[in-house]
Write a protein that binds this ligand. Structure first.
Ligand code: ADP
Length: 574
């Protein structure tokens, strides 16, 4: 019962109604404290900026509220807002996330953000959450040093019975328990992905070790929630080698964050490393084509529920264009396929408190402060400093998924004396080189940051006027959500989550969140950018309204976490 010890503090609420009451009582206080803090920020901002004093209803309350924390009457006020922030409690469920990356330990893209933010949001939805990750050597020391040794054992892995060490290192943070699978043979290199020859064995090992670790810790969740191909074999192991063990009773969900990556390798290699029985290598499960095995495909077959990260993408992947050769398999399993759009973490992405920005702002002063953020960005990047220029940002992995062929084709047409482009990304050499070329060709107005840099990304989200996301396909996309939350107007292709989250601007109703185009065509992207520029330069009033509307849009995890919780409950009826 070792794992239950860790979970004890959290699961205590499950056992005694009295505890539940205590939790409830404690939560409103937290919420109220948060709210007070938010109010204080909101109050301080207008105070700095005299012209905004009109919007000062909050100001009036300031002295009273600041004094209330000490006053015994506070609980009366605090109890009222609680229902706004906490759903009427749905039954408690324990969930174990298994995936290959998680911010801030290791992140290469959106998966890392989701693995961090969704568990946190689920804790608020009355879930007990554990996240299992590989302990990569590249995890910063500041986290490594805080990990606590939870135990170790040896696990049989391969078809010939070769066994491997499994260490468990634990780190608890924000109500979420992170267990890192420790094995130097697999995780002492790479960042975190290297090449399939190495990655196939390491993630086969990881999937099995995660389940073995849960049994070892005697922490049996209601639902195991796996992510992408790296955890694709988890459902297969669960229903075969682990079927008659304690963990075999758990329900299992598999989320597709990007169908392009599936973990495909020849059957003998996957059979050897996994030691899985022959019957799973049939064409309804792992087998693909004549001689390959597909880890994601196997997981889709054996899981109880498949989700992907937007409703539109859930439909798209059942078509041959977006289906990456799994469209028929997904159509077959469509009865258990759902789409839930991602959110962003408001603690990290908060313009009012973001310490990575040179200037903080909120919806009340965004129009002025964003100009400052733009100037700072221009200065830092060596661009001509001019608030009147229309600054277009692009923050992306540089791969053909992201529509960079379209961008490359039209940069000369976008560039005029009123426009600047800031690119941040790493990836394929062809795009890195072409963006470097454009930086040189348009010195002072194009800046290509060929690097991965969190801090710079925050500054671009704040300092740019618009953000380009012209993806060929986009399961959900986080950059357009972050952009909107930072008052930066997205220009996106209508695909996947981009279609679900960015309502096209309608010039007649003056409503919408950004500029969109449908077919994958450079001319249409150019047209969307030109429509954005036209509004920006000729009708700034409407542009500014859209900036504020976008900042106000709810792109948090709250609603998505609620939908995940609903699915967990559906999967585990009592
Ligand atoms: P994907 O997962 O396909 O890469 P998403 O839009 O879902 O795309 O998520 C991308 C995430 O990675 C965002 O948080 C974005 O800010 C971040 N990101 C992408 N490239 C960089 C970069 N070069 N530097 C910093 N952050 C980046």
């Amino acid at each position: 019962m070792k794992a239950s010890e860790t979970a004890a503090e959290k699961t205590a609420a499950k056992k005694a109604p009295a505890n539940k009451a205590e939790t409830k009582a404690a939560e409103p206080k937290k919420t109220a404290a948060k709210k007070t803090a938010e109010k204080k920020t909101a109050e301080k901002k207008p105070a700095e900026k005299k012209p905004a004093a009109k919007k000062a209803p909050a100001k009036k309350a300031a002295p009273v509220i600041e004094e209330t924390p000490a006053a015994p009457t506070a609980p009366v006020v605090e109890e009222a807002p609680a229902p706004e922030y906490h759903e009427p409690e749905t039954p408690r469920r324990s969930i174990c996330f298994i995936g290959s990356e998680c911010y801030p330990f290791v992140k290469t893209g959106g998966l890392g953000d989701v693995m961090y933010a969704l568990p946190k949001a689920l804790v608020k939805q009355n879930c007990d959450v554990k996240v299992i990750l590989p302990r990569y050597k590249s995890i910063p020391w500041e986290y490594q040093e805080k990990m606590i040794y939870r135990g170790a054992f040896h696990m049989d892995l391969c078809a010939d019975g070769r066994s491997f060490y499994v260490g468990i290192m634990e780190y608890v943070w924000d109500g979420v328990v992170y267990d890192f699978i420790d094995n130097d043979e697999f995780f002492s290199y790479g960042n975190p992905y290297t090449n399939l020859i190495d990655d196939i064995p390491r993630y086969i090992y990881f999937g099995k070790a995660a389940l073995a670790a849960l049994n070892y810790m005697d922490w049996i969740p209601d639902v195991i929630h796996c992510h992408d191909w790296q955890a694709g074999l988890v459902p297969v192991f669960l229903r075969t080698q682990f079927a008659n063990t304690a963990i075999g009773h758990a329900a299992v969900m598999l989320t597709i964050h990007n169908l392009r990556f599936q973990g495909i390798y020849n059957i003998p290699t996957i059979k050897y490393w996994s030691g899985l029985p022959d019957y799973v290598f049939n064409k309804d499960a792992l087998k693909q084509g004549y001689e390959d095995a597909n880890m994601l495909k196997g997981g889709l077959t054996y899981c109880n529920m498949i989700t992907t990260v937007s409703g539109t993408y859930a439909g798209e992947i059942q078509t041959s264009f977006y289906g990456e050769k799994l469209d028929d398999h997904l159509r077959y399993h469509s009865g258990k396929l759902r789409g839930i759009v991602n959110g962003i973490d408001y603690d990290i992405w908060n313009t009012a408190t973001d310490s990575r920005l040179g200037v903080n702002y909120d919806i009340t002063n965004v129009l002025e402060k964003k100009k400052e953020a733009k100037r700072m960005l221009q200065e830092e990047l060596g661009l001509e400093q001019d608030d009147h220029k229309f600054v277009i940002g692009l923050i992306s992995r540089l791969t053909n998924q992201k529509g960079l062929d379209l961008v490359n084709a039209i940069i000369p047409q976008i560039m005029d004396e009123h426009t600047q482009i800031v690119i941040l990304g790493t990836g394929d050499a062809e795009y890195e080189d072409s963006f470097r070329y454009y930086e040189n060709a348009y010195k002072g107005n194009v800046c290509s940051n060929i690097m991965y840099d969190e801090t710079r990304s925050h500054k671009i989200y704040a300092g740019a006027d618009a953000l380009l996301v012209p993806s060929l396909f986009e399961p959900c996309g986080l950059t357009q959500l972050i952009a909107m939350h930072y008052g930066t107007i997205p220009i996106v292709r209508e695909t996947g989550g981009l279609k679900d989250t960015v309502e096209p601007y309608n010039v007649y109703t003056n409503w919408g969140n950004g500029f969109t185009f449908d077919n994958y065509d450079a001319g249409l992207l150019l047209d969307a950018i030109n429509r954005a520029k036209t509004l920006y330069f000729t009708n700034r009033w409407c542009w500014d309204e859209m900036v504020q509307r976008d900042m106000d849009k709810d792109v948090s995890w709250d609603s998505s976490a609620r939908q995940y919780k609903q699915l967990y409950l559906e999967m585990t009826p009592r």
